[in-house]
Design a protein around this ligand. Structure first.
Ligand code: NAD
Ligand code: DAU
Length: 350
């Protein structure tokens, strides 16, 4: 029996991973460990919370002693580590929180894993979920490959890069069976509206200004979150120990083109006059140190493990908008209270 510890399972990507793993790995127990920060939300998991193979543990990965107890109590054999502070803009405001969770928290998890497994690594795996941002920023051409040199530029990406280095250090030094994946920008249901796509959808629905940083010419490579979860499951079951796999959608968009597409799709679905939402676009002060372009080459994952994205972007965006339109209560819950303060602090600066 596998006992799989998934960290950050109440967050955006983690909740999709928890659900997919429960569907895919029938004879396993899934232990979802999450501190429930502002980004963690058990509403994301309402449909599976009574599943007999599912357990939620409210815990912070910065607490090593508690992790040690959890490994013993649940006899953890596999770890899929997603818990992190994940928003670049917040990392610019509060870098230390990113060091605490992404660096110290990850090392705590590695240490608790190593102590509990001892030298017995048979049928064990520590899977670390990381980001393409560790590779830095591209100009107009080229891609990130698995052997691209690390060049993180934001406190977020520096903390994720550091965590990746520690995971590899535990592999080389102690033989811990690890695998790492680095993924491009995700979007989809349950996406917290501090990130570009859900923030824009929420603002369009409320007829609020759509804040595009700088000139909107930065490029991101977008992947539907369920395709990322499938990639994680593929690597979890078939990935080679010690390896890194890049995950991406081969789907590059400038921010401004993407925001215009969102405006068109929402206007169509709401029956608004054409061009109504585009009028809300407002160019605002650029993000400090804003990476120009990310683009992933995911051919290793395709050639070696057979994973490819399943959805065209317009179809994924359409499904995403439909989800937000039919989950207005979810959106209201996550955008009340603290979110309002966050929004005022970040967007009413100048
Ligand atoms: P998220 O911010 O939506 O969720 C993070 C989750 O981690 C939340 O449930 C939160 O409560 C939990 N968490 C935070 N600090 C914790 C702590 N100290 N202890 C325990 N739990 C804690 O993030 P996401 O977008 O779902 O990203 C998940 C992972 O995937 C992260 O590691 C991120 O770096 C990586 N990633 C994200 C993207 C993306 O586009 N969102 C792309 C590539 C990689
Ligand atoms: O590439 C993977 C990364 O993608 C993940 O590791 C991160 O966790 C995730 O947050 C995401 O980082 P980005 O910084 O690329 O995502 P974000 O949605 O914050 O911004 C996407 C682009 O949109 C970026 O160029 C900044 C811009 N932007 C963002 C916001 C929130 C705006 O123009 N206006 C905004 O209000």
């Amino acid at each position: 029996m596998k006992n799989i510890l998934i960290t950050g399972g109440a967050g955006f990507i983690g909740s999709h991973v928890v659900r997919l793993f429960l569907e895919t790995y029938k004879d396993t127990r899934i232990i979802n460990l999450d501190a429930l920060t502002y980004a963690g939300n058990l509403e994301n998991l309402r449909d599976i919370e009574d599943h007999p193979n599912y357990t939620f543990v409210h815990q912070d990965i910065t607490d090593l002693n508690s992790l040690r107890k959890i490994f013993k109590e649940y006899e953890i054999s596999h770890v899929v580590h997603l818990a992190a502070e994940s928003h670049v803009d917040r990392s610019i405001e509060e870098p230390l929180a990113f060091v605490e969770t992404n660096v110290i928290g990850t090392v705590n998890l590695l240490q608790a894993t190593k102590e509990y497994w001892g030298d017995n690594f048979e049928d064990k795996l520590f899977y670390h979920v990381s980001t393409d941002e560790v590779y830095g920023s591209l100009n107009e051409t080229g891609f990130f490959y698995e052997d691209t040199a690390y060049d993180p530029r934001s406190p977020y990406s520096a903390s994720k890069a550091s965590s990746d280095h520690f995971v590899r250090a535990y592999y080389h030094t102690y033989g811990l069976p690890i695998v790492i994946s680095n993924c491009s920008n995700n979007y989809g249901p349950n996406h917290f509206p501090e990130k570009l796509i859900p923030l824009m959808i929420n603002n369009i629905l409320h007829k609020k200004p759509l804040p595009v940083y700088g000139e909107g010419l930065n490029v991101r490579d977008w992947l539907f979150v369920k395709d990322h979860a499938r990639a994680i499951s593929t690597i979890f079951s078939k990935g080679k120990l010690g390896e890194t796999y890049n995950i991406g959608g081969h789907n590059e968009w400038t921010n401004i083109d993407l925001v215009k597409l969102l405006c068109r799709l929402v206007d169509q679905k709401m029956g608004n006059p054409g061009g109504q939402s585009e009028e809300l676009i407002t160019f605002v002060k650029d993000r400090a140190g804003h990476d120009l372009r990310y683009a992933i080459d995911a051919s290793k994952l395709k050639d070696e493990l057979g994973w490819v994205p399943s959805l065209q972007f317009e179809e994924g965006l359409s499904q995403t908008i439909d989800w937000f339109l039919s989950n207005k209560e979810w959106l209201e819950h996550v955008t009340s209270g603290e979110y309002q303060k966050y929004y005022a602090k970040m967007y009413n600066k100048s």
